[in-house]
Design a protein around this ligand. Structure first.
Ligand code: ATP
Ligand code: MG
Length: 356
């Protein structure tokens, strides 16, 4: 990269537990694509974390890792500008996970509402692994290894980001002598190794699923995937549940269908017209709205389908692995530098190592 001015950094990532869906697009992916010019971006494949709930499925995790990169590339992530980072090949992340495990209270971790919800929704009961709890600590290291300013995520990630911000403050206070009264924005100036990063939530913080009840989620069978065919998209749109019976029944435009309309139909005048007719029951069936919505989603996905074709063709997986290798190499330079600075602060700077 030729520019000499230092750009601020962005870090975020996905766990390879399945393909990406429209919720990912509006919650985080769209922001990532748009931030690539202005920021130095690192996009992490959290493949180690996939093992926290799917330890018995290594083959699926491997394939999902590749598929997520294809989703990113299709969405417009540019591997020339941004680093695609494979978590398991960044040793600094695993090492820093230990540092932050020491600075995170067990009770504090267990009160994290995202962890609680995940244990419940994924039916983990009390049989979750020790590693499952560790992933929330690991995520602190994932983020801080790249000292980002922003973390583009959906709303459900906010509690995790808050844990990360607390751990960063503690590290800086204990090992860098930063005064606890320092404002978050002033930490670096005060001698911190880690800036206090901020979550950046997308234009839809929590897209509802096609079931009309839960958040759209890879694991809940209520998703429209970025890689779905036009037919699959329309079929899923047709199934969005509203409970409305006839075209003349006054409808509620805060229902799931109109949450999708608001998220994916750009023509504001047309949306206003549809809403007005729907609310008064002016002879407008759900089917008519769903047809227009399906067409709008497909128009948005078409350029993604074009970009994806190259990677779905024979040899595509090898192209993806090359992109991962290249991005991870660059990411390791950044993460090793951060780790060294953290070690210096902690008195662990006996000698400097190099990765082979
Ligand atoms: P899982 O069911 O395995 O938890 P998921 O669909 O929730 O999968 P994640 O990998 O947990 O996906 O999330 C990746 C990113 O996408 C996170 O930043 C998350 O906040 C965001 N995200 C996921 N689902 C939605 C959604 N429905 N609306 C907005 N953002 C979302
Ligand atoms: Mg999730």
């Amino acid at each position: 990269m030729s520019d000499t001015t230092k750009r601020e950094r962005v870090l975020t990532g996905d766990t390879p537990t399945g393909r990406l869906h429209l919720g990912h697009w509006v919650g985080s992916l769209e922001n990532r694509v748009n931030m690539q010019d202005e920021y130095e971006c690192y996009f992490l494949l959290a493949n180690m974390h996939a093992f926290t709930t799917r330890a018995e499925q290594p083959a699926e995790i491997r394939q999902d890792t590749i598929e997520i990169v294809k989703d990113w590339l299709a969405a417009g992530i540019d591997p020339e500008r941004s680093c695609v980072v494979l978590q398991t090949e960044v040793p600094a992340i695993s090492e820093m996970t230990w540092f932050f495990a020491m600075l995170t209270g067990y009770g504090r971790l267990m009160r994290n509402p995202t962890i609680k919800t995940e244990i419940e929704v994924k039916g983990l009961g009390d049989s979750y692994s020790f590693g499952f709890l560790m992933y929330a600590v690991g995520q602190i290291a994932d983020i801080l290894a790249f000292t980002p300013k922003y973390i583009p995520v959906g709303e459900d990630q906010i509690p995790h980001i808050e844990l990360c911000r607390e751990a960063a403050r503690r590290f800086n206070q204990i090992y860098c002598g930063v005064d606890p009264k320092t404002e978050d924005a002033d930490y670096v100036e005060a001698g911190a190794v880690f800036p206090i990063p901020e979550a950046m939530v997308g234009r839809v913080s929590r897209l509802i699923g096609t079931d009309g009840v839960n958040k759209m989620s890879k694991s809940l069978n209520n998703s429209i995937f970025l890689s779905d065919t036009p037919k699959q998209v329309q079929k899923k749109v047709n199934k969005i549940f509203t409970g409305r019976q006839t075209p003349t029944e006054p409808g509620d435009t805060s229902n799931a269908l109109f949450q999708f309309v608001d998220a994916f139909m750009d023509d504001a005048d047309r949306v206003a017209e549809l809403k007005a007719r729907y609310e008064t029951g002016d002879n407008i069936g759900d089917g008519e709205v769903k047809q227009e919505l399906g067409a709008a989603i497909n128009a948005m996905l078409d350029p993604m389908r074009e970009r994806r074709a190259k990677y779905d063709a024979p040899g595509g997986d090898d192209l993806v692995i090359d992109i991962i290798r290249d991005g991870t190499k660059r990411a390791n330079e950044t993460a090793e530098e951060t780790l060294w600075r953290a070690k210096e602060a902690m008195g662990l700077d006996f000698y400097r190592r190099t990765l082979g």
